[in-house]
Design a protein around this ligand. Structure first.
Ligand code: HEC
Ligand code: HEC
Ligand code: HEC
Ligand code: HEC
Ligand code: HEC
Ligand code: HEC
Ligand code: HEC
Length: 196
């Protein structure tokens, strides 16, 4: 699922040779002083260990154009999602698929992720559990009942993928495989043990 450098090598080549009036030297060199000289906030984030790797490395022009763009924030592509999936193909939602996370097929990566830095791992806007529960009120209420499942209290992403998944309900595996990953025998089989 991780993003690999090789995947966007053609994209870099495209930027270097076609776009934004960028010289080879400024793209392949170190931090891009042409941008950070004026943009102190972005410049300060370059030393943050949680910042987005391309920002840390000063690759401002991998995402931003230099002189102007039809997109807000002079970005290469409009909408957080269109920009992000240029490099992150694994998280790309497939339009109309039931496996998509309800809203993200139409929506944005930015409901969950920052673009530059969030101060958290994976650029997340909130801690993972807090993030999920901020939208899933009915599930949050269930965790407050007398017998919550320890696995769900711990983390939703024990079982669910936040991104499009090949299984229904964004599950990381088929329900039976999912349960047996932590429970030696599926709990509902326990009463049957004596007869098997
Ligand atoms: C000479 C100073 C200077 C340099 C160099 C500079 N900028 Fe800017 N930039 C500004 C100013 C001034 C604004 C408008 C005020 C603001 O939004 O901060 C701006 C605005 C922006 C915005 C917001 C645009 C919007 O639509 O709201 C982005 C994104 C941006 N710059 C990116 C860059 C990138 C990428 C580079 C390097 C290629 C760069 N800037 C180089 C001064 C500069
Ligand atoms: C991975 C893509 C990406 C990279 C790399 C990146 N940006 Fe951005 N930047 C964005 C997006 C997307 C926005 C729109 C606002 C948001 O989502 O945070 C943005 C917003 C901005 C803005 C306007 C809002 C603000 O925070 O003031 C400036 C200025 C800016 N970027 C400068 C830079 C500079 C300078 C660099 C390099 C040090 C850089 N960016 C690297 C994606 C990127
Ligand atoms: C130009 C290519 C590019 C674009 C566009 C881009 N990213 Fe990334 N992103 C990267 C690279 C490179 C890494 C580091 C991958 C690694 O270390 O395995 C990364 C890592 C990440 C990570 C993992 C963070 C971490 O700490 O490992 C997240 C989350 C992420 N990007 C989200 C986004 C989002 C959201 C957008 C759209 C605003 C976006 N990316 C746009 C290149 C890009
Ligand atoms: C509902 C919230 C949510 C949305 C929407 C979302 N993400 Fe994520 N993303 C997460 C969480 C949570 C993680 C951390 C997963 C983990 O720790 O296993 C993550 C991790 C990542 C990573 C790190 C590698 C990985 O898969 O663990 C990348 C890259 C990433 N997201 C990109 C994106 C892109 C691109 C989009 C938009 C197409 C997007 N995300 C939309 C919640 C979200
Ligand atoms: C910005 C709001 C938002 C956030 C944050 C969010 N979700 Fe969702 N989620 C939705 C919406 C909207 C739907 C579709 C309607 C529904 O099923 O409730 C949905 C649907 C789901 C579904 C059901 C999918 C199906 O096909 O049955 C699961 C599972 C899920 N989300 C898990 C998560 C997890 C895990 C997280 C945290 C990583 C998370 N959600 C974060 C809004 C959100
Ligand atoms: C132990 C594994 C597991 C954990 C942990 C887990 N889920 Fe689920 N979830 C499932 C399974 C299996 C289904 C499908 C069967 C069902 O609906 O009960 C599901 C279904 C869902 C659905 C769609 C059906 C519905 O009830 O609305 C949502 C939304 C959801 N989970 C959200 C969450 C959230 C939010 C968390 C974190 C608090 C979470 N889940 C933690 C296994 C898990
Ligand atoms: C990430 C690990 C994990 C996964 C996956 C998981 N569980 Fe659990 N489950 C736990 C832990 C931890 C406990 C609490 C300790 C215990 O009783 O073993 C627990 C407890 C339970 C209990 C007893 C609850 C109580 O109140 O005593 C049941 C029933 C259960 N799990 C069913 C399931 C089912 C069904 C699935 C598949 C949908 C599942 N578990 C998947 C970790 C997990």
């Amino acid at each position: 699922m991780r993003f690999h450098f090789r995947q966007f090598t053609p994209f870099i080549a495209f930027l270097v040779f076609c776009c934004a009036g960028v010289s080879n030297a400024s793209v392949s060199g170190g931090p891009d002083k042409k941008c950070t000289a004026c943009h102190a906030t972005a410049a300060a984030l370059q030393s943050s260990p949680t910042a987005h790797k391309p920002l840390r490395e000063g690759r401002c022009q991998w995402c931003h154009k230099t002189h102007g763009s039809a997109n807000a924030n002079i970005l290469h592509a409009g909408g957080g999602r269109d920009l992000c999936v240029i490099c992150h193909k694994a998280q790309k939602p497939v339009e109309g698929e039931k496996e998509n996370h309800g809203f993200s097929a139409k929506g944005e990566c930015s409901v969950c992720h920052a673009s530059h830095d969030s101060g958290r791992k994976n650029l997340l806007l909130k801690e993972p559990q807090e993030l999920c529960l901020s939208c899933h009120e009915p599930i949050k209420n269930r965790l407050a009942l007398a017998h919550p499942h320890a696995a769900a209290v711990d983390s939703c992403i024990n079982c669910h993928n936040p991104h499009p998944s090949a299984s229904e309900h964004l599950l990381k595996a088929k329900p039976t495989d999912l349960c047996s990953a932590c429970h030696e025998i599926a709990p509902w089989q326990k009463p049957m043990r004596g007869w098997l």
